[in-house]
Ligand binder design. Structure first.
Ligand code: ADP
Ligand code: ZN
Length: 698
């Protein structure tokens, strides 16, 4: 594809029978490469993996160099004929950062493009955010590999922690797998607080000592600054930290340090899978089951899966760590494709905290509070505070109330753009949409019946904070949710305060769950478990189990024994039975596995979701049906099963209606063929459609 714009500054390519052309990937949701004329003076500066500035439409954009420039004299006859008379625009400048994407990352991007059916420019844009390229025109352009040899021999500090027998065994086993090479991936299946991180550090130490680079992926590094500290202190080397909250300046500097080999280890969230680590030898994906590894917009890649592919390209070894491995990963262990090491015991002397269900149907509840709180839970929190210990309270909703209900006519205030109710935020007297950010003042009257009895229903972290500080003596509450945490620094402050015991209750949403290690916490309270497993998704029991296990694991990590209280209306739910031991974990997982096998869901079948969006509801639906029909009638596409089309779970977002078509197949090539066909159909009709391969939320 070529831009055919006319303009006085454009040279017809055959005006001189010499010169070069360059095909580049544009960071837009567009297929194919775009061809430009490359001025002679820029030719020596161009290298694959680098970037250029080019005119595109009416604007100027960065673009990625994915193949070497071609000399016009040497291009094939057919192309030459096609190009003759075509006026190509000029490449304006070559970015001085040079090869920002090393060959193995480039290869990974090509793989991701193919696998996730995403435009190459968009994939490359995930690997190299445009902000990284912005000001670099003015910075130094020399990126020589001078320091590589020198720094590679930098001494790695010796281990200070004395490993437990279990840790030593797990480490030895993984190293054995690594040496034998019978599998390239090992699962470190270790309960929360069993010392997995120490094992990662040891493996990293060995890789560095062998002159290899290390990539550590964690879910949301912004939430666990302490992890980075642990690695840096113990390894005694500089470490690059890679996540979206890192400033462009720091990111540029780290990018350079990694490319030159000056820094050889990176810890980061999802996007760090593209970090230019040299001579990669070890990849660690901590909490491999975590849904945040899946990117939910633009290129819908799963960083865990890409990490494994990248390691394979680099002949590196991958360690997946988790206390609650995904069914996908467990299945691969079962098939013998991954090896496994286990850590079954906690480091802390108290062992595992007992988990107790609080039945909200029968328990006596506290009156006149926004949240559903049983008397027993409040008493237990009080006793814990009185003993000078700390409490974590998990509630998966921020704000003051879930929704505003008119008690006269039953009307609920919804977002004008999305199919969700607005959340009540009382502090700033607003109703807010948690999907699109729409905001309005809390009204005095119902806009349907003009009644005045508007009542906030359900609790959020904001109201729970108010309730708890009223109910408890000596409570010093710290809140951890997206309303409170506006920056990484703010988060650090809150976590630091809690660590220093300036607070005795840490109250929060999902943010609370991840990897924090607070030895003072002896009680974890889950305010309402039901919202986790009442989700219309085949993964919801698995995910609810993982989240509840993980949040439970925050209790009793120090010298004092801990406990966990889970409030629920459904004490008999298998997820809860598996948590408190009425059902063994194996039985619970085996049941889930069988269900998936029966229905052909992952890991036993592959899924792709096609999403059709339009501002007109009927249109999205009709297009989805049309594509479904067309795919259905292809007799060269057996082994496909179609679910839907149906309205998306959130059927309206930001004013756009969304219809989904789910394709299920045991054959991945068949699935890809179907996606290819669907994309052609939509492309020729100019319909908006997005593809999600291996979708996480359906
Ligand atoms: P996980 O990653 O499995 O949750 P961590 O590696 O964070 O577990 O270990 C939990 C706690 O135990 C941490 O505070 C860690 O410093 C400590 N720890 C881990 N291994 C040892 C050990 N061998 N000796 C003493 N403390 C340890
Ligand atoms: Zn909205």
């Amino acid at each position: 594809m070529m831009p055919f714009d006319e303009g006085p500054d454009l040279l017809p390519i055959d005006s001189k029978k010499s010169g070069s052309i360059l095909s580049v990937a544009i960071p837009r949701p567009l297929e194919g490469l775009f061809t430009y004329r490359l001025p002679a003076e820029l030719v020596p500066l161009v290298q694959v993996g680098g970037c250029v500035k080019v005119p595109f439409g009416k604007s100027i954009t960065h673009a990625f160099i994915v193949e070497p420039p071609k000399d016009i004299a040497t291009i094939p006859e057919a192309l030459s004929v096609a190009l003759s008379g075509v006026k190509l625009k000029d490449v304006l400048a070559v970015n001085p950062m040079g090869e920002v994407l090393p060959p193995d990352v480039m290869k990974l991007c090509h793989w991701a493009r193919e696998y996730y059916c995403a435009p190459l420019g968009e994939v490359l844009n995930c690997a190299i955010p445009l902000s990284l390229l912005e000001e670099s025109q003015t910075t130094s352009k020399t990126t020589r590999k001078t320091s590589l040899a020198k720094k590679a021999s930098k001494k790695v500090a010796p281990r200070i922690v004395q490993f437990t027998d279990e840790q030593s065994q797990a480490l030895k086993l993984i190293q054995q797998f690594q040496e034998e090479g019978s599998t390239r991936v090992a699962l470190l299946n270790g309960v929360t607080g069993s010392g997995k991180t120490e094992v990662y550090i040891e493996l990293a130490r060995n890789a560095l000592a062998a002159g290899r680079g290390v990539l550590i992926l964690v879910p949301e590094i912004a939430l666990t600054p302490q992890l980075y500290q642990r690695f840096e202190e113990q390894l005694g080397v500089s470490i690059a930290v890679w996540h979206s909250a890192i400033s462009p300046g720091r990111r540029r500097q780290q990018n350079l340090a990694l490319r030159t080999g000056e820094t050889r280890i990176v810890i980061g969230a999802r996007s760090a899978v593209f970090a230019p680590v040299q001579n990669l030898g070890l990849v660690v994906v901590d909490e491999e089951h975590d849904a945040t590894y899946k990117q939910e917009d633009r290129v819908r890649y799963n960083a865990r899966d890409l990490a494994i592919v990248r390691a394979m390209f680099a002949s590196a070894f991958t360690v997946l760590g988790s206390a609650t491995p995904s069914l996908e990963t467990r299945e691969r262990v079962r098939e013998g494709r991954y090896s496994q090491a286990k850590l079954t015991r906690r480091i802390a002397p108290g062992g595992f905290p007992p988990i107790e269900m609080i039945d909200l149907r029968t328990e006596e509840k506290v009156q006149d509070v926004q949240a559903l709180l049983s008397l027993r839970v409040v008493k237990k929190i009080q006793a814990t505070l009185d003993a000078g210990e700390q409490v974590m309270v998990y509630l998966n909703r921020r704000g003051f109330a879930a929704f505003l209900l008119c008690r006269e006519c039953g009307e609920v205030k919804n977002c004008t753009n999305c199919s969700v109710s607005l959340t009540v935020h009382r502090k700033d007297a607003h109703l807010r949409c948690h999907i699109c950010g729409y905001i309005e003042q809390i009204p005095d009257t119902c806009n349907k019946c003009h009644g005045t009895d508007l009542f906030p229903m359900g609790a959020g972290t904001e109201s729970l904070e108010v309730d708890l500080s009223r109910l408890l003596r000596g409570a010093k509450i710290l809140r951890l949710d997206r309303d409170q945490i506006t920056s990484a620094k703010r988060l650090d402050q809150i976590l630091e305060k809690f660590r220093n015991k300036e607070g005795n209750i840490l109250l929060g949403t999902q943010m609370l769950v991840k990897g924090h290690d607070f030895p003072g916490v002896t009680l974890v309270v889950v305010v309402l478990a039901d919202s986790l497993f009442r989700f219309p998704d085949f993964r919801s029991p698995e995910r609810a189990y993982q989240i509840l296990r993980q949040v439970s694991g925050r209790s009793g990590r120090g010298d004092q024994a801990g406990r966990v209280l889970i409030q629920t209306f459904d004490t008999e739910h298998p997820v809860l039975q598996a948590l408190d031991g009425r059902l063994s974990e194996e039985t619970f997982l085996e049941n889930e596995r069988e269900l998936r096998q029966c229905l052909g869901y992952p890991p036993f079948g592959r899924l792709a979701r096609l999403r059709f969006e339009s501002n007109i509801n009927n249109e999205a639906a009709t297009r989805a049906s049309f594509v479904a029909q067309q795919l259905n009638s292809q007799n060269n596409l057996p082994n496909l099963e179609f679910l839907g089309p149906s309205e998306a779970f959130l059927e309206r977002v930001k004013g756009s209606f969304r219809w989904d078509l789910l394709i299920k197949s045991k054959s991945f090539p068949a699935l890809q063929k179907a996606i290819g066909l669907a994309r052609q159909l939509c492309f020729s009709n100019k319909w908006q459609m997005s593809v999600d391969v291996d979708p996480y939320s359906i």
